[in-house]
Write a protein of this length. Structure first.
Length: 95
């Protein structure tokens, strides 16, 4: 049994990573806009640098799991919601 990936498998994985990165960027921009917060405000809430928020929204880099958790917490979401394809936030109430 070979542990090497074929070129096709490698390309498929890279495409998947690119799709997840694009969904994260789209969701983060949409959620930040819906919350009416600037990149700076979100960075402060998540204890991150504004440049990190900008890079994620531009589909650059690979945010760590810790960064994803910090962003999700700052937006009152789960990491799964933050990464979900075509995520549309619902109204959350504490009633």
């Amino acid at each position: 049994m070979s542990t090497r990936c074929s070129l096709f498998e490698t390309l498929t994985r890279m495409e998947t990573v690119d799709k997840v990165r694009a969904e994260l960027a789209r969701n983060l921009r949409m959620l930040r806009a819906a919350a009416r917060v600037t990149q700076e405000d979100l960075a402060d809430r998540a204890d991150l640098q504004r440049s990190q928020i900008s890079q994620i929204e531009q589909e650059l880099g690979n945010p760590s799991l810790k960064t994803l958790c910090q962003l999700a917490d700052a937006l009152d979401l789960t990491v799964s919601e933050l990464l979900a394809p075509s995520f549309v936030p619902n109204s959350r109430s504490d009633n």
